[in-house]
Design a protein. Structure first.
Lengths: 647, 115
């Protein structure tokens, strides 16, 4: 053995230990007596001078016994003790006198002690010939034979420059070489397979946790179900599968699937498709019923048959199917497939992934259902485009507030009348969200029915008030009410339009005259749904061709913005914004109001904005004809028939 | 941009609430809470002094209506007084100025508030 190959393993030594020269140097003080005895024992055996004797002299304690025994009872060194031994070449011992020598009566059976070491020992003489082998060393390194040079064993890890750790016969071995006196040396050989395996398992577990954390983050935000499904398969590749297929439980007889495929290092390609429920592979159906089908040939064949494993044959592939838990049983299944040669069947990880994916998909489905509900509700409440009436050009603008349900409290609409005219209305209900939506629905339904029995605007508003009062009885405590402007428009024989409007506590309409001036219609009245028999104002307005009447909600005039950021837009600015715009068609005017309101808004956040514009079409009026708004504040009993006399 | 509501017992019974600042979506809850608390303490006649109120939107209107509904259910009333400027205009537009007008000379103002 070359002198220069001496391996020195250092460990920190408490300074107080110091160094003490002497026969015991090189051996930690607490092992010194044992070490001396050990060497004495070996020396004794060496006199026998045969490997066979050495082996036969070993105590009948197997390595398995030693490993299975209680570390305390069996004398198996603890890791710290082993580390202390590893530092023996550095750590100086205390003087030998520190421990009294053991009397022969009390001297332990060193061979036995040795046999219980977890480490195997190989002691070589100055020539590098193996002089002693402990049973553990024999078992771990059968190539090493006592009486022959250690290098002859041809175990790479034991040779010059051998690694501290090396693989041997399927085990992981750690070797320390300690020089002994007289140029002899001792190899301590430890089987660290399990320790390393545990470390590997720990690393794998950490990788699993990291993976699942990423999965949780990516799927944590509520997504659209389709995007969530695509994200699930994309995340599964390559950690869980080379090909991942997510099959969602059939809705309306059809099952959608998403697939991601790709090898390590490349972004997986995702595609999707639909299968008829009856065409689903039986393993998928089984999975959707909650069972976890075995990774059987059948499963792979079915996946190939379904066209999910493009370019692969059933023989090349190993696969597994796990259900994704939903609210009531599995809501989807995940099929993970690998090329058979690269199969890493980590079923626990796949299941943990499936749990998270199932939760994400369930949440996404819930959000979709809510969104669908809101969309349906909103669609039923969205103002419909006004009915076609001869001589009327309509213009509308509607921008609901950015509320969670996107349902505003503003409404407008129209109904055609048998005589060629139409009822039109624009209003606002108090409150927001579902409550406001339901109230708006009641109001619209009431108007839908009531306009068939009453076409006189003032009386119609009063009837509407009564209808709302009866339906709002239960909600009276909530202070629910509506404001509305409701009118009847009829073409005039002489050209232009006659508008009769009733006010239910709403902002007064504006009229854009042919001169470009803006007038405010003097319409008053009480909000509806609050008191029985409210005061309802009524006004008739004549529009010449080219003149426009504009109804708007308070989202326009109460829009806050401007230089200070909280200033209201107000009626005056609205009137100014329209002045001189008399040549614009009704849709452009409605859009203009929406635009100037949004421009005014400081924070982009706004209340509902609704605009309804009626423009009289037809040939321009003869120059001298000029008509004015005719106010008429009428009680309930006095409104009948007036509109006929005025228009 | 702030809103405060203070209240004190009124001569001849009832409670006078003094509203100041801006009554809107963000502050009307405070008024509702105050009205609910007073109602729970047995106050049936609430007079809301709006002379220092600078702004009132539809949620404020809703709070007045709700308060009046609640008071009248208990045999009482809620009335408004002192509104000026924009607040008065809102009350005029909505007609609430008539519905909830306070008439000092009358023991029961509801008798005159309805046309």
């Amino acid at each position: 053995m070359g002198q220069g190959l001496l391996r020195i393993v250092t460990t920190p030594v408490p300074p107080r230990w110091g160094r003490a020269p002497g026969p015991g140097a090189g051996v930690p003080w607490r092992y010194r007596n044992i070490g001396v005895g050990l060497l004495r024992g070996i020396g004794t055996r060496r006199s026998a001078n045969t490997g066979a004797d050495t082996r036969s002299g070993a105590q009948p304690v197997t390595a398995a016994d030693a490993r299975g025994s209680d570390p305390g009872a069996g004398g198996t060194p603890t890791p710290s003790a082993a580390r202390a031994a590893a530092g023996s070449s550095e750590a100086a011992g205390r003087p030998a006198s520190a421990l009294p020598p053991l009397t022969p009566d009390h001297e332990p059976d060193w061979s036995r002690v040795l046999g219980h070491f977890r480490e195997g020992l190989i002691v070589c003489d100055a020539d590098g010939v193996v002089r002693h082998l402990s049973p553990v060393a024999e078992r771990l390194l059968p190539e090493v034979v006592a009486g022959r040079p250690l290098v002859a064993s041809d175990v790479a890890g034991l040779g010059p420059g051998g690694a501290e750790q090396f693989a041997h016969r399927g085990r992981r071995l750690r070797v320390r070489r300690i020089p002994l006196s007289g140029a002899r040396s001792c190899h301590y050989v430890e089987d660290v397979t399990e320790t390393v395996g545990q470390a590997d398992a720990l690393l794998a577990e950490r990788a699993r946790s990291a993976f699942l954390t990423v999965v949780g983050e990516k799927l944590g935000n509520p997504l659209h179900p389709d995007r969530a499904a695509a994200a699930v398969v994309r995340l599964a590749v390559p950690t869980l599968a080379e090909v991942a297929v997510l099959v969602v439980a059939p809705r309306s007889g059809r099952a959608r699937w998403w697939r991601a495929s790709g090898a390590d290092g490349e972004a997986p390609a995702v595609d999707s498709g639909t299968l008829h429920a009856t065409a689903l592979p039986s393993a998928i159906v089984e999975g959707l019923s909650g069972a976890e089908p075995d990774a059987a040939e059948q499963l792979v064949e079915q996946a190939v048959a379904a066209g999910w494993l493009a370019g692969l044959t059933a023989r090349q592939v190993a696969a597994r199917v796990v259900p994704l838990p939903g609210r009531d049983g599995p809501m989807a299944v995940l099929l993970v497939a690998w090329h058979r040669s690269r199969w890493r069947d980590d079923v626990e990880l796949v299941r943990a992934f499936a749990q998270r994916a199932g939760a994400a998909l369930t949440t996404a489905a819930l959000h979709r259902d809510q969104a669908e509900f809101a969309d349906t509700l909103q669609a039923s409440l969205l103002p419909v485009e006004p009915v076609t009436v001869a001589g009327v050009q309509w213009g509308t603008a509607y921008r609901p507030t950015r509320a969670s349900l996107r349902i505003g409290g503003d409404f407008y609409g129209s109904h055609r009348l048998p005589d060629g005219g139409a009822v039109f209305f624009l209003g606002d209900v108090s409150g927001k969200g579902v409550e406001a939506a339901v109230f708006t629905g009641q109001l619209r339904q009431s108007l839908q029915a009531l306009h068939r029995v009453e076409t006189q605007p003032g009386r119609l508003v009063t009837l509407l008030n009564d209808a709302l009062l009866s339906t709002t009885d239960q909600a009276r405590g909530q202070g629910r009410f509506a404001t509305v402007v409701l009118g009847v428009v009829r073409p005039r024989r002489a050209g232009g339009l006659c508008l009769t409007m009733a006010g239910g506590g709403h902002l007064p309409p504006l009229v854009l005259r042919a001169t470009g001036e803006v007038e405010t219609v003097p319409l008053s009245g009480m909000l509806i749904g609050v008191v029985p028999d409210p005061r309802v104002g009524e006004v008739s307005v004549h529009l010449e061709p080219g003149e426009t009447c504009l109804l708007y909600s308070d989202g326009v005039t109460e829009a806050r913005g401007g230089h200070r950021g909280d200033e209201q837009f107000g009626q005056e600015r609205l009137a100014n914004a329209l002045t001189g715009c008399h040549r614009e068609p009704a849709p452009a005017l409605a859009e203009r109001i929406e635009q100037v309101t949004c421009d005014w808004l400081a924070h982009g956040d706004h209340d509902d904005i609704a605009v309804l514009a009626l423009r009289a079409t037809g040939p321009a009026p003869r120059p001298r004809r000029h008509l004015y708004a005719v106010p008429a504040l009428l009680g309930r009993s006095t409104v009948a028939g007036h509109h006929d006399t005025r228009c | 941009m702030t809103f405060t509501v203070t209240h004190s017992p009124r001569d001849g019974g009832g409670v006078r609430l003094r509203l100041a600042g801006e009554l809107d979506l963000s502050t009307s809850g405070e008024l509702n809470d105050t009205i609910d608390r007073l109602a729970a303490e047995g106050a049936r006649h609430l007079l809301l002094d709006l002379s220092e109120l600078t702004f009132c939107d539809s949620t404020g209107i809703a709070a007045f209506v709700r308060g009046d509904n609640r008071a009248s259910a208990a045999g009482g009333w809620l009335r408004l007084t002192g509104a000026t400027g924009r607040v008065d205009r809102v009350l005029q537009v909505t007609g609430l100025a008539d519905v909830l007008r306070y008439v000092p000379d009358t023991m029961d103002p509801t008798a005159r508030s309805r046309p």
